[in-house]
Design a protein. Structure first.
Length: 184
């Protein structure tokens, strides 16, 4: 019976590798965003001098929007893979982001909602820059959706804070036994 238990536990533990193709797909999604980013950039540059200021701002906001989505995907790939599949061995690379390996599931949710709110804010700003293209109802929906995302983000943060936030707990446990370098 112990053998069966060990086999089941081993199967369940190793099933985490089924997530790896999802993360590879997200890497491919970043590559697709890069293609669209380059396409948008290449489309803008030759027409820069004859394009109105507001159209240039809209195009740049679109580039910023794509950059934020790519950053979000990278955060999800790194932290999701490290939390659920395996640690990423970067050797002694000095380019390893400081947050890598420190973003737990709770922090990932907060980063995700914060990124979504930022992306929504960019979309709202694009609408305000090009306000003539929208009627009041469309603008109302955009503002309403953005505010719902902002409120959701605040609620996530409050719930995380009230529950003790696992990343706060981990940070406190890490600092135990270490001298306090912040007090003078």
């Amino acid at each position: 019976m112990k053998f069966v238990e060990h086999m089941l536990e081993s199967l369940m533990f190793n099933s985490r590798w089924l997530l790896a193709p999802f993360y590879v797909g997200l890497v491919a999604s970043i590559a697709m965003l890069l293609v669209k980013f380059a396409q948008e950039f290449i489309h803008l540059v030759p027409h820069l001098l004859e394009t109105s200021e507001s159209d240039v701002v809209l195009a740049i906001l679109t580039l910023v929007d794509m950059s934020l989505v790519a950053n979000l995907l990278l955060i999800i790939i790194f932290s999701g893979y490290e939390n659920f599949v395996s640690k990423i061995n970067t050797g002694s690379s000095e380019d390893r982001p400081d947050w890598m390996g420190k973003v737990d599931f709770s922090a990932l949710k907060l980063k995700l909602i914060a990124s979504i709110v930022a992306i929504s804010a960019i979309e709202l700003l694009k609408a305000f820059v090009n306000i003539a293209a929208f009627n009041n109802e469309q603008l109302g929906w955009k503002v309403g959706i953005h505010m719902a995302l902002v409120v959701s983000g605040v609620m996530f943060a409050v719930m995380d804070k009230l529950s003790g936030g696992s990343h706060d707990t981990a940070a406190k446990q890490e600092s135990k036994g270490k001298p306090d370098t912040h007090s003078h």
